[in-house]
Design a protein around this ligand. Sequence first.
Ligand SMILES: CC(C)(COP(=O)(O)OP(=O)(O)OC[C@H]1O[C@@H](n2cnc3c(N)ncnc32)[C@H](O)[C@@H]1OP(=O)(O)O)[C@@H](O)C(=O)NCCC(=O)NCCS
Length: 238
Amino acid sequence: MQQSENQPAGIEIALWHYSKNERDWNRWMQSLSADERERAATYRFERDRASFVAGRYLLRRLLSVHSGELPGKILLSPDKHGKPRLEGRDTPQFSLANADGLVVVAVASGCDCVGIDCERADAEIEEAAWESYCSVNERHWLAQLPEHERARGAIALWTLKESHLKALGVGLREDPRNIAFSWKDGIPFMAGGDRDRRWHHRMVEGGSQHIVALTACSEAGLPGISTRIFQDDSMPSE
Ligand SMILES: CC(C)(COP(=O)(O)OP(=O)(O)OC[C@H]1O[C@@H](n2cnc3c(N)ncnc32)[C@H](O)[C@@H]1OP(=O)(O)O)[C@@H](O)C(=O)NCCC(=O)NCCS
């Protein structure tokens, strides 16, 4: 698995609106590791199982392109905080998110870390819940938005924070209020103090039903981002 070390800097984002049928399901399952298949079997709800399997299938397909390995041969294991890592190597960096029918994977070359998150655009976040994850300034920003834009603004902030915490690898162990965002010309950036120029945040076009946010850490600036809708064409997985 040497190929990705020579790859130019860039972030590839794939969005997949998967739908499950039996023939595809067997193929997706075949590309998973024994651990992943065991984990899939533990989900109580079929919807959650499908989401997990589709996510790992897409992740393996993308990492396969970078590494030259077959999807089923890629060795992944969780670190102590649960973030999946490639065994024996640090590149490429990657992150994965699921939200009700959509899986999104970001694979980054030339970045120290990357995080992605997606949520349904109609997710309900009560105003009373803003306090649990927003800074004071963010709450002011939300409150002054036109009423019809507030729900979307609240979800955008949540996805940005979660993508940042996933890039850091700590997830929601860290208080999301510790990372606050402002907006300039429609682009989010981390607010407060001396701006840390290694961190880059973007909202990603996720269609009308989902909101997607990306975080990348790179001293050399944000590399080019390519976003595509993944089409599942069959290929050997072992
Ligand atoms: C990481 C976390 C933010 C994911 O949020 P989520 O809304 O449940 O799920 P998402 O769809 O956004 O992301 C899931 C993916 O995040 C990744 N992930 C898991 N732990 C991660 C971590 N510490 N850092 C970065 N990414 C992580 C995995 O790839 C996972 O995909 P998988 O299910 O195929 O393993 C959340 O689970 C978390 O904070 N976990 C750590 C702390 C914890 O367990 N707290 C209990 C709940 S507060």
